[in-house]
Design a protein around this ligand. Structure first.
Ligand code: 13P
Length: 390
């Protein structure tokens, strides 16, 4: 059970001068390769899912596998939903279990970026989930992955960055200092002075988008200037395509070998990257410093004081629909007893994102309505338990 709080994860990286790689998951092969790399390198890792690539997979299935992989890993893992276009995607991804989010609003005007980011921060923090903001604009996300990118980035303005952090309350700051998504034409030139001036104004873990194509020295210098998370995808997509193409030409290879070999190549590249970012070998110390990210199940058991089955069913459904509205609630299931000696006949099984939100969950009027008072005019005899899962 090594899904961890992303705030603690990046704070540890920031304080100890290394960066955590955020590697994008676009298939089960990528997921297995990245987790395998993290396990072998004993490195913390961020599994990154991005909205512009939702068309490549069934999000529900991919997220289920990703969360499962994060939870059963023996190294620290966070699951981040990146490049969301709307509050709806943010909400959906939190319900699917991710524990870090970012909305894309950096190409908007400063006031609009602030306002939209603030809305995400309000929503995600109510779930106990940290938010990555972006000021300045790292271009190229919408161009397609392996194209050479000639877009000019919009550099982060230092004073704007300070105002943005203060007005939005973001937990991590993505900065634009010369990288672009995808490969750049020529050698990327990075503005470390800008990064240093941002860090002088505000101590906040910084994030670099467009990790592909940077040299080892550049990664190290970024880390020295306060970067704690580096996103990396295009190079992995290229490795995947190149290896697949070569393997498919080899008529000796079986179907299984073709894909196992591609996974191995991806994994090697991720492992190498973890060494460069200096996150390799740190899993144990990180685990000691990070709060684990565990869901909590609240089982609300009750007996309605009525024989009217219609009223009971109405209450069950209404409770399910109402309880899911509470910030931090991932899912609500209805349970019906199959044991005639049971103390209660019905329950709602409410899954809450993590222990941190329990205080606000318990203080919420909807929760109080279904646990402390009569609902829908039926007197209910309630008892409940809370259990941490995992
Ligand atoms: P690259 O594709 O350039 O590695 O960047 C990935 C990224 O920043 C995703 O947000």
């Amino acid at each position: 059970m090594a899904m961890v709080d992303m705030r603690d994860l990046l704070q540890h990286a920031y304080s100890n001068r290394y960066a955590v790689g955020a590697f994008e998951i676009v298939s089960l092969d990528f997921l297995q390769a990245i987790i395998e790399a993290a396990e072998t390198a004993r490195s913390p890792v961020i599994l990154n899912i991005v909205e512009p690539h939702f068309g490549l997979y069934d999000l529900d299935l991919l997220m289920t596998a990703t969360i499962r992989a994060a939870k059963r890993a023996s190294v620290p893992v966070a699951v981040h939903m990146d490049h969301c276009s709307s509050l709806e995607t943010v909400q959906t991804s939190m319900r699917l279990g991710c524990n870090g989010v970012k909305l894309d609003a950096a190409s908007e005007s400063f006031p609009v970026n602030v306002q939209r980011t603030r809305e995400v921060v309000d929503m995600a923090h109510a779930w106990g989930i940290p938010v990555e903001g972006e000021i300045g604009y790292v271009t190229g996300m919408s161009r397609g992955d392996s194209e050479s990118n000639s877009d000019v980035p919009v550099y982060t303005h230092v004073e704007e960055a300070k105002a943005y952090i203060e007005k939005t309350g973001v937990d991590f700051l993505a900065v634009s200092i010369g990288t672009v998504h995808g490969r750049v034409k020529g050698k990327p030139r990075l503005d470390y002075t800008r990064l240093a001036r941002i860090q002088e104004k505000f101590s906040i873990p910084c994030v670099i988008h467009g990790g592909t194509g940077l040299g080892e020295q550049q990664y190290r210098k970024l880390i020295d200037h306060g970067v704690a998370k580096i996103n990396y995808f295009t190079a992995l997509a290229e490795t995947n395509a190149k290896q697949l193409e070569a393997n498919l030409k080899n008529k000796e290879m079986s179907y299984q070998q073709v894909f196992a070999d591609v996974r191995e190549k991806l994994s090697e590249e991720v492992k190498h990257h973890m060494q460069v970012l200096n996150s390799a070998g740190r899993a144990a110390e990180v685990l000691m410093q990070c709060r684990s990210w565990r869901n909590v199940e609240n089982v609300i058991c009750y007996n309605p004081d009525t024989e009217d089955q219609g009223l009971i069913e109405e209450m069950l459904t209404k409770g399910q629909q109402d309880l899911i509205q509470i910030p931090g609630v991932l899912n609500v299931e209805i349970g019906r007893s199959i044991d005639s000696n049971s103390r209660s006949n019905y329950c709602w099984l409410v899954s809450v994102a993590n222990e941190e939100v329990l205080k606000s969950y318990k203080a919420h009027p909807i929760y109080e309505n279904y646990t402390k008072k009569a609902s829908l005019g039926i007197t209910v005899n309630v008892f409940e338990i809370f259990v941490a899962v995992g």
